[in-house]
Design a protein around this ligand. Sequence first.
Ligand SMILES: [Ca+2]
Ligand SMILES: [Ca+2]
Ligand SMILES: [Ca+2]
Length: 460
Amino acid sequence: MLKKSWHDNSKRSDADRQRSQQPQIEVLVSGLDSPRKLSFGPDGGLYVTEAGRGGTGASIPDPAIPGALLFYGATGAITRIKNGVANRVVTGLPSLALPDGSNAAGVSDIEFDAAGNAYAIVGLGSNPANRDNVLKVPDFSQLIGIDKFDGGASWTRLQDFGAYELANNPDGQQPDTNLFDLLIQKNTAYVVDAGGNTLLSQRAFGGEPKVEAVFPIRTATNPFGGQPIPQQFVPTSVAAGPDGALYVGQLTGFPFEVGSAGVYRVGTNGQSELYATCFTSIVDLAFDRKGGLYVLEYDSNGLLNPGDAGALIYLAPDGKTRTTVTDKLINPNGLEFGANGDIYISNNSNVAGQGEVLRLSFDRQPKHRDREHFHKKNFHDCQPNADTLDDIINFGGSTSTYPQDRTQMSIASDVIDYYGSTDTRSRGAFQQSDLLSNRGTFDYSLNTSGGLDPFAIAYK
Ligand SMILES: [Ca+2]
Ligand SMILES: [Ca+2]
Ligand SMILES: [Ca+2]
């Protein structure tokens, strides 16, 4: 594992000077096997999960590539970076991957409680019955407690979320589980299941998991034509907000449209409301002390489009002003703050042997006022908090080709119906082609399952 400097800022052009608040990016560690989320431990070490490189054991279908198989091996790990040295302090965790080690599923997050105990989650990306009947490796789809960081394989299974999905299937879709993010608050573990489309919790000292939120299916345009298709929510991240609520970020399922991923605030009643949208394939979230939100995008031009560049975007506490902190990332996965304002990101997270942990440092403590001088993504056309269709219809100012009278909300109803289960194109009022031709160049998606909201719109 090599340490090297990525960014050479020694020669700065005028343009560079204008962007002087861009972070310096340093590769702390390289050579990791599909690094996923990461956390600082009570010892000051930075612990990063590695989903591993699979192996030559039993196989199950790859959910991402039709016909491809993921093979089991005990190649997952947790690496600790401390005093500039990286060591694999836990090895032998279960891993599934393609023969080349990519598309791995395995340990995906580690967190510590206030007492310093370490917890991790292990993903799967499949029907939990495949774990039980084909792989026969019970450590997948589990919350585990890490017993020792001595380089060996010593952990304890604490809760079987795969069994929970199999028995309860909260989203009513296919049984599917892929534990993806973990948050420990007081004596409760919150677990995001990207496969189950749920936020679950588990209190310490046993008992059944609790469903905190189930995230809905919506319909999306089929990029290959034909009828609209159901789209999975795919939650990937959970963070505690300044208001005490939990916020969940989504990757979105196929077809992974640009700008269609949102951040949702989970209310105490289990209902979630859209907090911000116009993101693409969100993979992690973190609030700063001011209530600003860092959003990590896994693939900023969408998973279906060539290129694996991700981005870190800062959403100011007002929820509106957003700034690209950096777009010099490759399929990043985990985001963590350091004590001094540095930001740590696991990078190149979908390949074996080439994963990295990056440190982003700033010339001085970042302030969001300064961040506005970073080069910006073109977000000015994107409505960050459009949480109702009303907002969208009303948004943009240029309504010359639209009914200008908002009392004509039959337009909205027609759209909802059209993309819902009932095809009401015969009403003739509002079609996809209207959106595309009249409002310029944008992709859009909308959720019909909860009525009017949320409606997300994203401009190219
Ligand atoms: Ca399910
Ligand atoms: Ca986490
Ligand atoms: Ca892409």
